[in-house]
Design a protein around this ligand. Structure first.
Ligand code: NDP
Ligand code: MG
Length: 394
């Protein structure tokens, strides 16, 4: 069997590290063509030492220069590139058949979309790409014959619970609804006032998953679930009313598909991203992920409704989905800015939802037919959210 040749976008992040962990368990099955990161030079150096990619991309030029020197000193023959064009190059290189898209935020869009246009097998972690450019992205996948495998644990669970070969026709497949589970995050039981005043350290302390900072804050605000509702809309061609959210604090049931005959099929497992990553890396085969087997004996699984009053970001995402057009791109960009300012200590947790609502008010309904329209909405929303947070502090 020929090895699968991989580019891992965002290799130095949490998903990237977990991906390389699975890859390392299967010598000969995978070959690493390119690894990309932005700032973490030491981690990239170590990854180059272990995985011997042909190319390493560091988005920041200074980081690329530092990596180059360190590689030379270590006697490692890896070509170093930098900048966004380099990300697109390694995502579309003819040698590569599989691209793990694990850059965080809309910054991952150009290279992920390029991989879709180039007809690659895409392992999609970077949900923001689908939130910003859903229709365009899915059109590109259809036009090129690219293969899309979801990494987000909920969507991977739904993918596993749908009939193999599902093409987005709910009626034909007898599917009634998709149930996305949510852990509820670290603020699940806090009051509205306590949530509004929460600190970055509290927000990133997720009860069940170890993740990058941005998605950890999104999990605390339930914006992560909101982004996932929009992601599910595009991945599975679902209507908004066919996507339901259920809080399940133990994160054992990763999501479910409800069928017209009353059957509900769920995927369960220990909460560890290596399971969905291994599923997508090996697809259609199952391969070892290094994940401890689920121990259900003596466990209690509970389910409750999400509280849209205390977690307005989830409601905002449903609103943006209903509004259509540029609204999801605006929502995503305003959220990215607000989360970054919150993590810097420049905005309160409560300001996240407020600045998104403000940006949607000002910008939703603008043009959204081309990629340029969406990138423009993204830029404008960043400006509007930033100004809103600045004004709130003044
Ligand atoms: P991390 O913050 O841990 O990693 C992000 C990666 O992207 C790093 O490699 C980082 O480089 C790189 N990066 C950051 N900014 C840029 C930029 N502007 N241009 C190019 N590269 C950049 O995030 P996660 O791994 O947690 O998440 C990655 C994606 O996967 C997100 O979209 C997230 O929503 C999604 N996801 C994550 C899950 C998880 O469990 N972590 C679960 C489901 C989805 P460096 O570190 O070198 O600066
Ligand atoms: Mg998820």
């Amino acid at each position: 069997m020929r090895p699968r040749v991989l580019t891992i976008l965002g290799a130095t992040g949490t998903i990237g590290v977990n991906t390389l962990d699975v890859v390392a368990r299967h010598a000969g099955r995978f070959e690493v063509f390119a690894l990309t990161g932005a700032t973490q030079v030491e981690r990239m150096l170590e990854q180059c030492r272990v995985h011997r990619p042909r190319v390493a991309v560091m988005n920041e030029p200074a980081a690329a220069a530092a990596l180059h020197d360190r590689l030379v000193a270590a006697g490692l023959d890896v070509e170093v590139r930098s900048g966004t064009a380099a990300l697109t190059e390694v995502a579309t290189a003819p040698e590569v058949d599989t691209v793990m898209a694990a850059i965080v935020g809309a910054a991952g869009l150009p290279a992920t979309l390029a991989a879709a246009q180039a007809g690659k097998r895409i392992l999609l972690a970077n949900k923001e790409t689908l939130v910003v450019s859903g229709q365009l992205f899915m059109d590109a996948v259809a036009a090129s014959g690219a293969e899309l495998l979801p990494i987000d644990s909920e969507h991977n669970a739904i993918f596993q619970s749908l009939p193999r070969g599902f093409r987005g026709d709910f009626q034909q497949a007898g599917v009634n609804a998709l149930w996305l589970t949510a852990s509820g995050g670290p603020f699940r039981t806090l009051s509205e006032e306590a949530i509004a005043a929460a600190t970055p350290a509290q927000a990133v302390a997720h009860p069940n998953w170890v993740m990058g900072k941005k998605i950890s804050v999104d999990s605390a605000s339930l914006m992560n679930k909101g982004l996932e509702v929009i992601e599910a809309r595009w991945l599975f061609n679902a209507h908004a009313e066919q996507i339901k959210v259920l809080v399940h604090p133990q994160s054992i049931v990763h999501s479910m598909v409800e069928y017209v005959d009353g059957s509900v099929i769920a995927q369960m497992g220990t909460p560890d991203m290596r399971t969905p990553i291994a599923y997508a890396l090996g697809f259609p085969e199952r391969i070892d992920a290094g994940v401890p087997m689920l121990e259900l004996m003596g466990r209690q699984l509970t389910f409750e409704a999400p509280d849209l009053q205390r977690f307005p970001c989830l409601q905002l995402a449903f609103d943006a989905l209903a509004a259509g057009g540029n609204a999801a791109a605006v929502l995503n960009a305003a959220n990215e800015v607000a989360v970054a300012r919150f993590l810097d200590g420049a905005a309160s947790f409560g300001a996240i939802a407020a600045s998104i609502a403000h940006a949607l008010d000002k910008l939703a309904g603008g043009p959204a037919s081309t990629l340029d329209d969406l990138l423009d909405a993204d830029r404008q929303a960043r400006r509007v959210a930033d100004a809103f947070i600045g004004a709130a502090r003044a």
